[in-house]
Design a protein around this ligand. Structure first.
Ligand SMILES: Nc1ncnc2c1ncn2[C@@H]1O[C@H](COP(=O)(O)OP(=O)(O)OP(=O)(O)O)[C@@H](O)[C@H]1O
Length: 307
């Protein structure tokens, strides 16, 4: 397990990470989400040891990280850095050799990984001749060619079309399933929602929420209920005990406590056949918007009191 504890970091006296603590587990995809400037890249660089924390610790399986343990890490940084003129397979082979593999094995590994990432046809082309989305896949290959125990990717899905997202996701999920920690940052909540098992939400350098996807959906945001009947559901709007969020003749989506929801169900059954009645958990996008907008409001209040 990768564990960050009480990480603080400032740039030129301005603190951008405040006592950051969270963990990412092997076998799972952990999504790291937050708005622009929230602190994702800074945190990832600290995990990789490219940047040092002012205080706090990063541990892997309980041990504080060293140069040697970090050689088992793979990193795709935000600023992509491969050789534009070098052929794709040659480049990945070269990087694999830097991890200590001999030439033949390095080439086999490179080709196998590029094949899994859907780049078989482009292996012998110079990187710069590939579309941006395909160049991105090569970057992902570069980060994982040595089968890292911990794979950290800064925005691996940005610029990928939906098909490419699925290809990359499959490769990352397989890598996690083989026992690795996989942590990736993303702005694309719809993608994160579909992909990750665990989620860490950061805002203004603080962890706003963290946990398993279902756990977060249970814990955060408002639980609502959906009722679909054969009869008109307009009467639900007249109840004081619930608040209707969406309404269309035979369907209503409302919030209220469990007792109020049961009452609605009983009334509905007395009025005619009920086709569906179910609790609706918030989507991760809704949770993100909830916690991030609270953070945003706090920041604005903070700025007002400072001025
Ligand atoms: N080298 C630096 N010098 C000074 N400030 C920096 C530096 N790098 C980052 N920052 C500041 O630290 C804060 C966190 O930045 P960071 O790049 O970690 O956020 P992020 O969540 O990755 O953002 P984005 O999604 O926009 O890439 C921001 O306010 C940023 O301006």
């Amino acid at each position: 397990m990768l564990e960050l504890q009480n990480i603080c970091r400032s740039y030129s006296g301005r603190q951008v990470l405040h006592d950051l603590s969270f963990s990412a587990h092997p076998g799972q995809l952990t999504g790291f989400v937050g708005g622009n400037g929230a602190g994702k890249t800074t945190t990832m660089r600290i995990i990789l040891g490219v940047l040092s924390a002012d205080s706090g610790t990063v541990r892997l399986d309980g041990e504080e990280l060293t140069g040697a343990s970090r050689s088992r890490f793979g990193y795709m940084p935000e600023e992509r850095g491969l050789y534009p003129k070098m052929q794709v397979a040659e480049q990945i082979t070269y990087l694999t050799r830097l991890h200590g593999f001999e030439r033949r094995e390095a080439r086999t590994r490179a080709e196998h990984l590029l094949e899994r990432l859907g780049l078989t046809e482009r292996m012998n082309a110079p990187l710069e001749s590939l579309s941006l989305g395909n160049q991105q896949r090569v970057q992902i290959a570069a980060a994982m060619v040595h089968d890292p125990d911990v794979l950290v990717l800064d925005e691996p899905f940005s610029g990928l079309d939906p098909m490419a997202v699925d290809v990359v996701l499959r490769v990352l999920a397989e890598h996690a399933a083989a026992g690795a920690v996989v942590l990736f940052s993303s702005h694309q909540l719809d993608v994160v929602e579909r992909l990750c098992d665990d989620l860490v939400i950061i805002g203004s350098g603080r962890i706003l929420a963290a946990g398993g996807r279902e756990q977060l959906r249970e814990r955060h945001g408002t639980r609502r209920f959906e009722l679909i009947t054969d009869a008109d559901t307009g009467w639900v709007r007249d109840l004081n005990s619930v608040q209707v969020d969406e309404f269309s003749a035979e369907r209503v989506l409302f919030r209220g406590d469990d007792a109020a929801a049961q009452q609605v169900l009983q009334h509905a059954m007395a009025r005619g056949p009920v086709r569906q009645f179910r609790p609706v958990l918030p989507s991760l996008s809704e949770i993100f918007k909830d916690v991030a907008s609270d953070d945003y409001a706090q920041q604005s209040r903070g700025q007002e009191t400072r001025t």
